[in-house]
Design a protein around this ligand. Sequence first.
Ligand code: SF4
Length: 589
Amino acid sequence: MLMKVEELNRVLYVDLTKKDIKVKDRTDLFDAYLGGSGVAIKLLEEECPTGIDPLSAANPIIFAVGPLTALYPTASKTVAMFKSPLTGNLGESHCGGRSSMAIRLAGYGAIVITGSSDILLYLTIDGDKVKFRDASSIGGMDAQTVGRILREAETGSGVRTIIRTGRAGGKLVRYACAVSETYRHFGRLGLGAVMGSKNLKALVISADKSVEIPKGKRKEYRKVYDEIQDVVVESDAMKKYHDLGTAGKLYEMNKLGGMAYKNLESASAPEEIARELSGENFANKFLSRRISCSHCPVGCVHLASLRELYAPGYYFKTTTIPYDNEPIYAVGFMLGMEHAEDCLRMIDAVDTVGMDIMSTGVVLAWATEAYGKGLITKAHTDGLDLQWGDVSTYLEAVEKIVEMPTEFYQNLAMGVEHASSVYGGQDYALAFGGNEMPEYHTGIACYINNLTGARHSHLDSAGYTLDQKLIGKEFSIEEVVKSLIAEEEWRQILSSLVVCFFARGVYTSERVVKAMAAIGLENWSPEKLEVVGREIHRAKMNFKFREGFDLAKLRIPKRIFEVPTPHGLLKEEDLRKAIEIYGEIISAQ
Ligand code: SF4
């Protein structure tokens, strides 16, 4: 069945308390803010009352896609927005898989979920048919099993996505994630916990429509489509992401001395560990296949096959495990793993319970250091002897974070910012704005990014990339801050379209304008995109400020000033100065 381009403007509102739905035309929002992040932040402003508990029924969940979704290559992501239970302000997470295609081809540009159900349920959305289904029989299950069961229970044709939580979501671990299509995640900032607090185990979204290109535009669309497809397929970046995946950069980052190793005890692992945990080694030993998000030719999602003895006296089992740059950093480098196999076992364990792997790795790295320094003892850890590289103990710790047998694990389940505020060790509690850090210790730009980025994610403004470009060059702090703000503003456009950030080099502002015009959306120019990108960024920051985020009160862990970066040792006064400049710029514009 064909649908018009404008049907993107339909927003599905689902009230879990009343088990009620409605559909509204929100052309006002999509015309002004494109889709994705731009529309989602506006819906969040409308639906999220100021100061609410993120785990209360009042916290909305918004999923949004964009005007290029299902029409152009790599416009393959969905934005989820909510108030984060981890940071207490903006929660925003992006995921690929089939989620974006399914939402758009089901006939929606966004889905707003409010309220809380009295029983555990899952939602099925099949075009205009929305059903509330009892999920009590799958409540305690991990995300992979839930996916398998719902795939069989909810048959149908067309494109389908199953977005679900694991056990960590139901237990309200503040960094629980949501999983889509087994290997893709709404990873960061606790969407899984918000779903858990609403008694929402999963969404099954099915679609069988196609978007119709307006008459008179088909030739132009085909031409622009082919141009984008060619650039995507031929670009070096895409080849790199296909061949080794994002894991391909781990070894080089370690060699540069910009890799947080063992809770940033140093900025590089020993050479033999770096080789063992490199993307090359994972590919040589374990890579079994590559998969892609819908409508993406890249195939950056790398799956490993891990063959292990099932149990003494039994034969082997083979597990398929997705691996990537960030998971290998978080549970490999950060936890001092010495074997790639151990790293894969950790990735699988964290995935199985459904937690954000970056937060989990950083939380466990802090706990290991705090334990080594005697701040916490076996009484806290429920008998676990946390030691770098000890995979068996870490596997038990992952389970305990979910099951929370002691108060210590309840605190760990709230993130490293919170746990360190209870037990001490804040100097080496590596969270920025409340979100656990990514791998990069590359220079001042990556930390300005982590501290000021709307999501406190390395992807907000890619400060780590700027740091690398600036090695050996003279620069002022003000120039760095301005450059990061400009990058973050432009990324609002990409995440409103919603294009995968890996294709950011393909979607220049000129090409975005061409792509929009070729589907009949002729109102856009590079200048207008720039203005709207800034507006979306400020709307996100305003939401954060409204919810209590304060640049002047940002905690900066001392550890980052003690370990040299590729630019040498950082100074706290420089970073504070950068935050001040950042505040002045965004409040002036
Ligand atoms: S590049 Fe990778 S993450 Fe991005 S859309 Fe393609 S497969 Fe998905």
